[in-house]
Design a binder for this molecule. Structure first.
Ligand SMILES: *Cc1c(COP(=O)(O)O)cnc(C)c1O
Length: 406
């Protein structure tokens, strides 16, 4: 485990005008889309400062999503591992994860911009379901691009999206998974941008999407900071979140970035191990590169080819990662470390059995790291972002158990 000390930043970090966090981020786009992205940036900044936009969003977060999500002291887990472990319960949100927070923001923005349609990609279908939900709510059309392999694997989510009225488009090129789905969705968007908004699923993509998705997710950190103070009279000693693209992590970190005494840990998936193609730990094992219109730490081979990402948690298996995370790593404000499939699965069962909470496999990575940190006794109060619930993972877990028995 990493022992490196966090470095103070004293204030939250905003991107440059062109969307750079240090050398990461930016906007690498075909010429004809540049002015559209500038327009989206300007309009977002305008709406962000608009009290009516914010009060509409707050109303929906409260009455539709069910916010604020609670903070729960996990007494049994804490007793076992020796530090106080608290969970920010994003699993209690409508649709079962944090993704609804930014999906609502993107859908509301699309509506304000006069767009008719949301276009998005999805891997396991979690982002697709959240976007399809918000499109239904706002009366927008919805096209979800999904790799053919994922369409077959994630049938319950495909069925949900269709019930919600979305058009699920099966992508049959290349590996037929998430990366190709992003390529196809972006291609469609680049033809339909006048009437559609691309609704990206994390703090990734060309500027302003990383900044925008972070803003919509920052509600997690705002709530968590004040709830934690109310509950314990203190700030947590550290905050832990899993990192795929990095949206739930930036969401909760936002509440604590200016509190230098609060250590922040971003947990990447180690999958089966450190070999190429065995994990999705972009910051830990990646190199600088450009993917999907922005610069980040990227899993690639020596020749610069992008390597397929792997994790037991399909919400984490993206070969890149949000540019702000790359920057926070470089300046040392957040420590990035890894958790393997095996450790995540152990945490999945442990939280279920000890606390009666079935976590998403993604969130189980953060729980697994909390167990490790608790055992070091260095952090008396640990706050974990429980990004989602595990209902979606049950079929997979049962299959895994069955295969083990044979
Ligand atoms: C999608 C997903 C993640 C990973 O996305 P981030 O942008 O890294 O937050 C984590 N947890 C759950 C439950 C998810 O559905």
């Amino acid at each position: 485990m990493k022992k490196q000390e966090n470095i103070a930043v004293k204030s939250n970090i905003q991107p440059t005008h062109d969307g750079f966090y240090g050398k990461f981020g930016g906007r690498f786009l075909p010429e004809h889309l540049k002015s559209e992205f500038e327009k989206i940036t300007e309009e977002f900044l305008r709406f962000k400062g608009n009290p009516q936009f914010n009060s509409e969003l707050e109303y929906l977060l409260k009455h539709y999503v069910g916010r604020p999500s609670s903070i729960y002291f996990a007494r049994n887990l804490s007793n076992k591992y020796g530090s106080e472990i608290y969970l920010k319960r994003e699993d209690l949100n409508h649709t079962g994860a944090h993704k609804i927070n930014h999906s609502l923001g993107e859908a509301l923005l699309a509506k304000k911009l006069g767009k008719r349609k949301l276009i998005a990609e999805t891997g396991a279908g979690q982002h697709g379901v959240a976007i399809a939900t918000c499109a239904a709510l706002m009366g927008l059309e919805c096209d979800i691009y999904m790799g053919e392999i994922d369409v077959k694997k994630e049938k319950p989510n495909v069925d949900k999206m269709r019930i919600l009225g979305a058009n699920v488009i099966s992508v049959k090129i290349g590996e037929r998974t998430l990366k190709e789905a992003v390529d196809a969705a972006f291609e469609a968007y680049s033809l339909e941008y006048e009437t559609a908004l691309y609704a990206i699923g994390s703090v990734v993509g060309p500027h302003p999407f990383p900044m925008m998705v972070e803003y919509f997710q920052s509600v997690i950190g705002r709530e968590a900071r004040s709830q934690f103070l109310d509950l314990t009279g203190k700030l947590p000693d550290c905050v832990i979140a899993c990192v795929g693209g990095g949206s739930n992590a930036l969401g909760i970190f936002n509440g604590f970035l200016e509190d230098d005494q609060v250590k922040l840990f971003g947990i990447e998936p180690l999958g089966r191990g450190s070999g190429m193609g065995d994990n999705a730990a972009s910051i830990t094992y990646g190199k600088e590169g450009i993917l999907h219109g922005f610069k980040c730490m990227l899993l690639q081979d020596d020749a610069g080819n992008i390597v397929n990402a792997y994790s037991v948690a399909s919400g984490l298996d993206y070969p890149g990662v949000g540019p702000k995370h790359c920057y926070l790593n470089e300046i040392g404000r957040v420590v990035y470390d890894t958790i393997s499939d095996k450790e995540a699965l152990e945490a999945f069962f442990e939280l279920s059995k000890l606390e009666g909470i079935i976590p998403a496999l993604e969130s189980s990575h953060a729980v697994a790291y909390a167990k490790k940190l608790a055992e070091t006794k260095r952090y008396p109060k640990i706050l974990v972002n429980l990004s989602g619930r595990g209902d979606k993972d049950i079929d997979y877990i049962l299959k895994l158990k069955k295969n083990k028995k044979q």
